[in-house]
Design a protein around this ligand. Structure first.
Ligand code: OKP
Ligand code: ZN
Length: 346
């Protein structure tokens, strides 16, 4: 299997995030990709390739022009205002209740307008890394269009929380959504996205909520008790044309082990099989692992082999797009287990 990765993604490295009221080193860091690359190389059978160049035009398929322009210009305006000492981070949020929905001119106002939380800071190299991550996903699509049955886009920063004009949850450009849209623009009538990150893929859901040509399915921790708190509930089933093409499967924190997870994964896969997509995009978050430091499911190493195997049995051209996963010591092995299980099903 081909793996698309570029070192340019290292340019994005946020120093701190707020967790439980405390500034802590950011969990989403370049070493995450290193751990996965090491495990892929140790395992063998994977070829690492560089992405093609696509620029920022594909980002504008699913994000607004003003948001993409903001991402491209944010760091420079931040430095003009505050110097380059700290990462650019919002603190005041325009989309909140009782406030006007207008775009201020200063950088703090713009950051707050385009953010839904404080966990997506921007650094000097962020824009280049954000573009590079989308290019990894887009290259994966094109490899599949050229005849590969599957590919793995090792993207950083991740993307599934990024909505048309909002960043948050370590995410800026929605790599999986851009990949799904690329399949559509290259002729696919139906594309399915399966999001198995522990956190609900609110951005991907929002992007495709009123469309029937992209089915969005997500298995995640119950948003009544965990991030992203305000989307991802079971009653969100699409709107207009998209009604019936959004499937949220929230699961309880702390008690979700393989015995709970497996039948729900089977349910998601059955819905995807019934939809008969021409391509499948997996938002591959590895933070469902028992030892993940910020998540509360109880999946184990062997379970990841089974997840990959069950997805592989669908026998649909599949692009894996890397999302979360923060237990760095096991992250590589667990990720490879999914891909290895997938290959064994073929
Ligand atoms: C990004 B991805 C909850 C803290 C949540 C943000 C999590 C972002 C996850 N106490 N912090 O989906 O893995
Ligand atoms: Zn996650």
């Amino acid at each position: 299997m081909k793996v698309i990765y570029t070192e340019k993604q290292r340019l994005h490295h946020v120093r701190f995030e707020f967790l439980n009221g405390e500034a802590t080193p950011c969990f989403e860091k370049p070493e995450r990709a290193d751990m996965v690359l090491n495990a892929l190389n140790n395992h063998g059978g994977f070829t690492i390739v560089e992405p093609n160049s696509y620029g920022d035009a594909p980002m504008r398929w699913v994000h607004t022009d003003d948001y993409v322009d903001f991402l491209a210009s944010c760091w420079d305006q931040w430095v003009e205002t505050f110097g380059d000492v700290h990462d650019a981070s919002p603190y005041c949020f325009a989309p909140a209740r009782h406030l006007r929905n207008r775009i201020p001119k200063d950088i703090e106002g713009r950051l707050g307008y385009y953010s839904f939380d404080m966990t997506a800071a921007i650094t000097a190299g962020s824009w280049k890394a954000i573009v590079a991550a989308t290019e990894c996903a887009l290259t994966g699509v094109d490899l599949i269009k050229q005849g590969e049955h599957a590919a793995f886009a090792l993207c950083r920063p991740p993307g599934h929380h990024a909505a048309p004009d909002l960043m948050g949850g370590y995410c800026y450009a929605n790599n999986a959504a851009i990949a799904a849209e690329s399949f559509v623009r290259q002729g696919a009538k139906r594309v399915a996205v399966l999001d198995i990150d522990y956190h609900h893929g609110n951005g991907t859901q929002s992007i495709f909520y009123n469309r029937s040509d992209v089915l969005f399915t997500s298995i995640h921790g119950d948003p009544d008790y965990d991030y992203p708190h305000y989307l991802g509930f079971a009653d969100e089933d699409g709107e207009g044309e998209g009604l019936g093409f959004n499937l949220n499967l929230p699961l309880p924190l702390h008690t979700t082990d393989w015995s709970v997870y497996e039948p729900v994964l089977a349910q998601a896969l059955a819905r995807i099989a019934e939809y008969k997509p021409e391509a499948l995009v997996i938002s591959l978050g590895m933070d469902t692992f028992a030892d993940d430091p910020i998540s509360y499911f109880k999946l184990m190493r062997n379970d990841y082999q089974n997840i990959g195997w069950m997805i592989g049995l669908l026998n649909i051209p599949t692009l894996f797009v890397f999302e979360g996963g923060y237990a760095v010591d096991d992250l590589g092995h667990n990720t490879v287990a999914v891909l290895d299980g997938f290959n064994k099903a073929l």
